[in-house]
Structure formats: structure tokens, C-alpha cells
Design a protein around this ligand. Structure first.
Ligand code: TTP
Ligand code: MG
Length: 521
């Protein structure tokens, strides 16, 4: 009878273990998926402020390592934890059934174990958190070193990057050793407190048996139970400390998810803009107390072109950032067709503006695919048409594989001028109402330069355009030129007007005109 019950128990155990492993893993993976998706969504949709103090490697580590850690603990912790809790309940029940007083004696060791677990648990958690941070630092160093590899090599910085890596790697080792140290203290203390309860059972149980209050068999059963008791208690406590590391990981995940830098996509949706842009007493700073734009007032009527010129660091790109609403003015406001910028839905506003940034970012994929990102769902014909209008179709056709030429990771295969042309084609494909062009300073060969210039003029035709001009020849085509210095407008007017006035613009222009031929030669 007992043998067959035992057999049935074995079969049930096998069945339940199988079912449990499957479902717990499935549950763990779905939680993992959800966490990963949430943190990734947060990163992609956060506003630009969010990225100011973040490192790519660190963010990647949070998505991969920290969520993975939470999953491991969920799975192993749940498996071990549920089983152990059930065993503990069973064992304590059986002991209580045999003898209540002796059970209480065994349970005396529980507060000791809980104290040890709590006290050292905290230390272990701190040390775990440190390990998470060090792992993230290793990813950052690798990420930065690899993405900046040209600069690293050009300046012979290999040794320095290597040292940074070694330092981060050693930091991780130190953090793990600290964890090991506290664990090393923790487990022996746990074991000793559980062994002490066997001593108590021997002493008190032995006394009771000697006095004839209980049988020797009961004492033997208690010793067995006490030994079986230690396993599940250890498991529950170890679940406790893996929970500690999961909490450390969760904290890092929620630091990102709860970051207040949310991109808010509400406000009025705009379908189409006339293109009237107006800066009213706009002040802006990235850091409190260091204004980058001071009381800017500009009125750009629909369909006109203004050129922003000024020394490096004057605040030109910052003005572009404000028009795109990557940031909002700290004081004053920007109006679009008379609507206050902060009341317009960002997504819809950005869909009406083409921004050609100072540096072109190309995604892996062909030239064709890279242009198409400006307007998802567009056809090859549309792209070719746009390139024809811009006068760069023949140019692209002459690339090694024409429109199918791979743009390569971050555009490593294309020259600066070629990248700029792709960027302009993108802007044109979007058919925007407003164009912002942050022209790159890097010199392009004269042939490409005239191609670029021609394409820019085509792009600006009939649209409100703000062109940040580094090469001042293009300012000839602007309706108005605004000279910025140290965040202030110091001069404005038409091209001829400013030249005859012989002020700041004249100075900038003539210095470029005399230097340029030498550069080109
Ligand atoms: P920019 O607006 O970038 O200056 P600029 O575009 O006129 O310069 P360049 O011709 O070289 O392109 O910078 C103005 C100041 O603001 C400068 O001191 C750097 C600072 N700044 C930040 O602190 N964070 C930023 O994200 C940017 C874009 C600028
Ligand atoms: Mg700039």
C-alpha cells in the first residue's frame, strides 16, 4: 500500500515539475518582454534632455543585463521559493502534530536566521547594486571606444581606452568580491544557526525521552525533520538574496522608466503650415545661469529665407533645436502661423518641418532606403523624382551601385558631400512647409559643393527656410541675414545692405572670401 502511494507520489512529482518548469519560464519570459519593451519605448520616446547625462552602453546594459537578471530571479526564485514554502509548511505541520513544545524549540533558531538574512542581506544588496553599475560601465567603455575608433586611433589613444577598460573591469571584480565576502559570512552563519537547533533537539528531546514524556522514535523523527528543515529555509533565504539582486536591477530599470523627461505628444495637431515663424523675446539656456540665447526677436514671413550666421558657439544650432521643439524656450515664445509652439503637438509640427542637421546620420541600408526614411511608404519613383528635381539624380546613378549603394553603418562608405546630398533629398521628399538647414562646415570638393548649393536652393524654393550658413556665399540668396554673436542678434538686413554697412557681417564675409581660395587650392 505504502509502496504504491510512493510510486504515485513520484509520478505526480515528475508531472508537476514538468508543468511548473514550463509555465514559470513562460511567465518569466513574458515579464521580461514587457520590461524590455517598456524601457526601450521610454528611451526612444524620451525628450532630448533625457540623453544629456546618459551613456549608450549604460542604457544598453539596462535593457539587456538588468532585465535578464530580473527574469532569472523570477524563474529560479519562483521555482525554488514556492516549493520551499510548501515544504516548510508541511514539515512544521508534521512536527506540531508530533510534539508542540519540541517544535517551538526547533523554531527558536528561525529568528536568528531571519536576523542574519536581514542584516547581511542589506549589505549584499548594496554590493549587488555596485556590480550592476560596474557591468554597465564596462559596456559604456566598449561602446564609446568602438564608435569613436577613428578618433581613438588618430590620436593614439588605444592605451588610454585600454586602461579605462581595465579600470572598469577591475571595478567589476572588486564589486563581485565584495558580494562574495558578504555571502561567505552569510552562509556559515545560517548553517550554524540551523545546526544549533539540532543540538537543542538532542538536548531537550533527549531529556523528554529520558523522562518518558515522548518516545525515542519522536526524537529521531525530529532530528530528521530538523535536517530537512534547513534545506527549504536556506532556499527561502537564498530566494531572499536573489530577490535583493533583482531589486537592484529593477531599481536601475525603473530609474529609466520613471525618468521625468517624457516626450509629450499632445497639443493641437497641425496638418499644414503657411510657414510663418516668429521668435518673441526668446531666452534659452542648457545650464541654469548660462544663457545661450538672449532675447531673440525674429519674424520670418511665409516663404522667405533667412540666413543665420555667426561664430562657432554663437547659438545657431540651438535656434534650430528650438524651432524643431527639441527644447522649448525658457522665456518668451516661438509662434508658428500665430500658434504658440508649446501648444502644438510636437509630432505633427515636426512632420511639417525638414531639418537637415549639421551632421548627417545614415542608417545601415542602401542610399534609396536612407532617403525613404523621410517618408515611410514612399515609392522608388518618388525618390527618383525628388532627386531629379534637386539635380542630383545623375550623381547618385554614378555611385558604385546607384541607388542601391550601401550607405553603410553610420555612412562610413560615403563622403561628407555625398551624405549631405542624401540628407537634402530626405528633406525634400518630406515635402515640408519649413526647411531648416544646418550646413556642415567641412570642406567639400568644388564640384560637389556646387551640386550641394544647387540642391539647397531647390529645396528652399517656395518654402520658409532657415539656413545656418557656414559658407557665406549662400547668404547671397537669403531675403534676410541675421548675425548672431554670443546668443544675441547683433546685425540684420539684406545681403547687399549688410555688405555696404561694413559691420560684423562684412567682416565675417571678407575674411572668408580671402581665406577660401587658399583652402581650395
Ligand atoms: P550652438 O548653438 O551649437 O552654436 P552654433 O551652432 O552657433 O556653433 P557652430 O557654428 O559651431 O555649429 O551652441 C551654443 C552654446 O550652447 C555653446 O556654448 C554650446 C552650448 N550647447 C550645449 O550646451 N548643449 C547643446 O546641446 C548644444 C547644441 C549647444
Ligand atoms: Mg551649430
Amino acid at each position: 500500500m505504502i509502496a504504491s502511494l510512493y510510486l504515485i507520489a513520484l509520478v505526480l512529482q515528475w508531472l508537476f515539475t514538468t508543468v511548473q518548469t514550463y509555465y514559470v519560464e513562460k511567465f518569466g519570459q513574458s515579464v521580461l518582454e514587457e520590461l524590455r519593451a517598456r524601457i526601450h519605448k521610454k528611451i526612444i520616446t524620451a525628450n532630448i534632455d533625457f540623453f544629456k547625462d546618459k551613456k549608450t552602453g549604460d542604457l544598453v546594459s539596462r535593457i539587456i543585463n538588468d532585465t535578464g537578471m530580473v527574469n532569472d530571479v523570477l524563474v529560479s526564485g519562483l521555482l525554488g521559493g514556492i516549493g520551499s514554502t510548501l515544504s516548510l509548511v508541511g514539515i512544521i505541520g508534521a512536527m506540531l502534530y508530533l510534539d508542540v513544545k519540541l517544535t517551538l524549540v526547533v523554531l527558536l533558531s528561525v529568528p536568528v536566521m531571519v536576523f542574519v538574512a536581514k542584516h547581511f542581506g542589506g549589505k549584499i544588496r548594496t554590493a549587488y547594486r555596485q556590480t550592476r553599475r560596474e557591468i554597465a560601465r564596462i559596456s559604456s567603455v566598449v561602446e564609446e571606444g568602438v564608435s569613436g575608433i577613428e578618433t581613438v586611433k588618430a590620436f593614439g589613444q588605444e592605451r588610454k581606452v585600454e586602461e579605462e577598460f581595465e579600470e572598469a573591469s577591475k571595478g567589476a571584480v572588486r564589486a563581485y568580491i565584495k558580494v562574495a565576502f558578504y555571502m561567505g559570512l552569510f552562509w556559515p552563519l545560517m548553517n550554524i544557526s540551523s545546526l544549533l537547533s539540532i543540538v537543542l533537539v538532542l538536548a531537550y528531546g533527549g531529556y523528554l525521552a529520558y523522562m518518558g514524556a515522548i518516545s525515542v522514535g519522536t526524537v529521531v523523527a525530529f532530528i530528521q525533520y530538523t535536517q530537512r528543515f534547513r534545506g527549504p529555509i536556506n532556499e527561502v533565504v537564498s530566494m531572499y538574496d536573489s530577490l535583493q539582486s533583482a531589486l537592484a536591477a529593477l531599481e536601475r530599470i525603473y530609474e529609466v522608466i520613471d525618468d521625468p523627461n517624457m516626450e509629450v505628444f499632445d497639443g493641437i495637431r497641425v496638418e499644414k503650415l503657411e510657414g510663418h515663424v516668429r521668435f518673441e523675446n526668446v531666452w534659452f539656456w542648457y545650464e541654469e545661469g548660462k544663457p545661450v540665447l538672449r532675447n531673440i526677436n525674429i519674424d520670418i514671413p511665409p516663404g522667405t529665407t533667412i540666413a543665420l550666421v555667426g561664430k562657432t558657439g554663437a547659438g545657431k544650432t540651438t535656434m534650430a533645436n528650438l524651432i524643431m521643439r527639441f527644447y522649448d524656450p525658457k522665456r518668451g515664445r516661438i509662434l508658428y502661423d500665430g500658434l504658440i509652439g508649446t501648444g502644438i503637438n510636437k509630432e505633427s509640427l515636426r512632420s511639417r518641418i525638414s531639418y537637415v542637421p549639421q551632421e548627417t546620420y545614415l542608417f545601415p541600408g542602401s542610399v534609396m532606403e536612407n532617403i525613404k526614411i523621410a517618408k515611410p511608404g514612399s515609392t522608388d519613383e518618388e525618390v527618383v523624382n525628388v532627386c531629379r528635381q534637386l539635380g542630383i539624380h545623375e550623381f547618385i546613378e554614378r555611385l558604385p551601385k546607384g541607388y542601391d549603394t550601401p550607405a553603410g553603418e553610420a555612412g562610413k562608405l560615403l563622403s561628407v558631400g555625398e551624405k549631405q546630398l542624401i540628407s537634402i533629398a530626405r528633406a525634400m521628399l518630406k515635402n515640408p512647409d519649413i526647411v531648416i538647414l544646418d550646413e556642415a562646415l567641412s570642406s567639400v570638393d568644388p564640384k560637389t559643393e556646387s551640386l550641394v548649393q544647387h540642391a539647397i536652393l531647390k529645396l528652399m524654393e517656395g518654402r520658409t527656410s532657415i539656413i545656418i550658413a557656414h559658407r557665406l556665399t549662400i547668404t547671397r540668396h537669403a531675403d534676410r541675414i541675421i548675425v548672431i554673436d554670443n546668443g544675441k542678434i547683433i546685425e540684420e538686413g539684406g545681403f547687399k545692405d549688410l555688405l555696404t554697412r561694413r559691420g560684423k557681417f562684412h567682416e565675417l564675409y571678407s575674411s572668408q572670401m580671402t581665406v577660401k581660395p587658399m583652402v581650395e587650392r
